[in-house]
Design a protein around this ligand. Structure first.
Ligand SMILES: *Cc1c(COP(=O)(O)O)cnc(C)c1O
Length: 421
């Protein structure tokens, strides 16, 4: 009677392992001042514009004349229009508000999107990867057999490492058995965990490939607001043809501090169709709309007003200030670690720095493992990081540092790194 796919999930010990090691260290060293650079949540408050909008919305709820009950499952037009105008039209992308679905965050939609696809397809994810993409496919029975190395036969890993510039390569696709036809491909840029980006030219290769092989790309743009460089695309729809092959996920969590408020949106273009087994062309937008109307009753009115306020002139300025604050942390971290001789990636268009662990003493090729370096940072510097290997086998030899903390913690962290130099 169980969905036994849940029993097949790999235990994700990463964050509980980290917590246990930190707890044990603290018990042995009660006076240690531990700095967490592993934190995956934002720390700065909501933009004032959103706070004001929420107060007004609460007052509307208090009066029968302005009270709102169930809203549209797809989201209110005021927010969908603000999204189209600011995130797309302003970048030269033509979208209709019917292509925008407001959600309670990108994690839900990244996890739920599989509802409208067959379980009999091959899935491609990058390695390292945001674990939601893998686990949600295991739960829905799309993973195939578990292989001896702990990976899955139908979830294929595309390594992203320093060697390929953290961009998945078409040559790493398994072209055997025509399994690529109709595959589902997850891309996340700017990337969590590596903090790296993809250029328009590299992304175009994936769009062209997906069009040629009837694949669908799931493009997670949760960190889009952190992009600083002009050659980095903010949306996959900047690439010609992407509306015919891609679904895009956005979140207000990392952009505007909505991790606790909960709001995001998903774009399913009307031009995106897939051929059904009887030969008819099916619009994925219509299936997703049906799915949402059946299983989702919308994001709260108060929350959607808060999200709308992000797009006012004051809201935009406040969001920019917060994003700048985190990015100054990232720059400070990246530049100082580089000065100290570490090899670091990311942190230029994303709030994550991906640090390559040092070479093992006496070796010119072998690096300290992610967990060994984690233990070294914890014990010798009292700094908590996230071992890269926890995000996938190709994360071995890296650790992730986040920029979501407070400035003074980064200054203190660098002083400690300097001490062991
Ligand atoms: C944080 C994050 C999200 C967004 O999650 P929400 O549910 O919107 O809070 C989505 N994708 C990635 C890769 C993330 O790191």
């Amino acid at each position: 009677m169980l969905n036994e796919n849940f029993l097949r999930l790999s235990q994700n010990y990463l964050f509980s392992d980290i917590a246990r090691r930190v707890r044990e260290y603290k018990e042995e060293n009660p006076s240690a001042r531990i700095i967490s650079l592993g934190i995956g949540d934002v720390t700065q408050p909501l933009p004032q514009a959103s706070i004001d909008a929420m107060h007004r919305a609460v007052d509307e709820m208090a009066s029968a004349d302005t009270f709102r009950g169930y809203g549209p499952e797809q989201g209110y037009a005021f927010l969908r229009q603000a999204i189209v105008d600011n995130d797309f039209t302003a970048r030269g992308i033509d979208l209709d508000i019917d292509e925008v679905f407001i959600s309670d965050g990108a994690k839900s939609d990244c996890g739920n999107i599989g509802d409208i696809f067959s379980t009999d397809v091959t899935v491609y994810v990058t390695d390292p990867v945001y674990p939601v993409y893998v686990d949600s496919n295991v739960m829905s029975g799309r993973s195939g057999e578990k292989l001896p190395d702990g990976t899955w036969s139908h979830i294929r890993l595309l390594p992203v490492t320093a060697e390929n510039g953290f961009v998945p390569q078409l040559s790493d696709l398994n072209t055997a058995d025509g399994e690529l036809e109709g595959a589902l491909i997850y891309l996340c840029y700017p990337n969590n965990p590596t903090g790296t980006v993809i250029s328009r030219d590299e992304l175009k290769k994936w769009v062209d490939y997906a069009l040629e092989h009837s694949c669908v790309i799931f493009y997670d743009a949760a960190y889009e607001a952190y992009i600083r460089h002009d050659d980095v695309p903010h949306s996959i729809y900047e690439i010609p043809g992407a509306k015919r092959c891609a679904i895009e996920f956005h979140s207000f969590s990392k952009t505007a501090g909505f991790t606790g408020v909960r709001c995001g949106y998903t774009i399913v273009p009307k031009a995106l169709t897939v051929t059904a087994s009887d030969g008819t062309e099916v619009h994925l937008r219509d299936l997703w709309n049906r799915r949402q109307c059946t299983k989702f009753n919308g994001t709260s009115y108060i929350t959607q007003r808060a999200a709308e306020a992000i797009y006012t002139p004051e809201g935009k300025a406040q969001v920019r200030r917060t994003v700048d604050y985190y990015m100054q942390n990232a720059t400070f971290l990246r530049e100082n670690l580089q000065c100290l001789g570490y090899t670091v990636f990311g942190g230029e268009d994303a709030p994550y720095v991906w640090l390559q662990t040092p070479l093992r003493e006496g070796s010119t090729t072998e690096r300290i493992s992610s967990w060994e370096f984690f233990d070294h940072l914890l014990r010798d510097l009292n700094i908590v990081a996230t071992p890269g290997v926890g995000f996938g086998p190709s994360g071995e030899g890296y650790i992730r540092l986040t920029a979501f903390g407070r400035r003074e913690d980064y200054e203190e962290a660098i002083r400690r790194f300097e001490m062991i130099k």
